[in-house]
Structures are given as C-alpha cells and as structure tokens.
Ligand binder design. Sequence first.
Ligand code: SME
Length: 165
Amino acid sequence: MFDLTPTVDPADKPGFYRDLDQQLASLFEGEHDPIANAANMSALLYLAMPELNWAGFYFLPEGTDVLVVGPFQGKPACVRIPIGKGVCGTAVAKRETVLVPDVHAFPGHIACDAASQSELVVPLIRDGRVLGVLDLDSPRAGRFDADDPAGVERLVARYLASLLS
Ligand code: SME
C-alpha cells in the first residue's frame, strides 16, 4: 500500500518538489509501463499538490499531430487537442513549459473544466521526440509561481527516466 506522507511544507517549493520526486522514485521502482506510471503520478500529484482541480497526461501518438488524453485525476476532459491549440498544444509546438497565471488572458485556452483559472503544462521530451505533456490546472489564478516550472520539470524527468527498462 502506498502511504502518502508529505514531510515538507508546500510553501517551501524546492523542498516540496525534492520530496515529491523521492516519492515518485519509490512509486516507479521496478515499473516501466508508461500508462501505469502516468496513472500513479497523476494520483500522487493530485493528492499532494495544493489547489489543483486537474492533474494528468496527454500523449502524442507517434506520427500524429493531435494529443490524446491519458491518465488523469479531475473532471472528464477534452479527448483530443491538436498541436498548437490550447495551452497543451502550445507547449508541444514550442517544446517548452508553458505557465499561464490567468487562463482567461491566454488566447485559445481550452476550458475543459470551467473551474480552472491557472495552468502549468510541461512537455514530455525523450530523445528529441515529444511524447506528450503533463498538465496541471488550478482553480486559483496565479497558483503557479516561478518555482513551479523547474519543480514540475524535475518530476517529469523522473517519469521519463522510469520508462527506460
Ligand atoms: N486547458 C487545456 C486543455 C486540457 S484541460 O485543462 C484538462 C488547454 O488549454 O490545452
């Protein structure tokens, strides 16, 4: 059984992400399945990170240009997002993390859950190929600050490393 034991104050973001990274490492121990690890990672982030209303993955099937929803926690979501559309598709097109402090100020934002006010999307890039994105939504505008991109990128790196057998 997995025991969620946050040991660090979420206000100490570098420490919080270090701690989450260690929890992910335990969760992924000996497991390389991309869906299984994405499912457990979504559950962990949704439980451990304050003020989220959606946490999960979109995957980009090889040879296509449309993201497809993967494992997540939160309300049922839009299934397909073309590259370049919404925050998720923009992160893929730019091949970089996109932090949106206020989704209403982001042209083309796709509102899957009307509660979402801010969003952080980190692309999953392995060997130069974008495999998909990790998407985090918050009901509070400005929920994600300057420490969050690096912290979540560290967690995404842990996920990508887990896929290697
Ligand atoms: N808001 C995202 C769509 C995905 S949902 O938030 C789960 C976007 O603009 O790409």
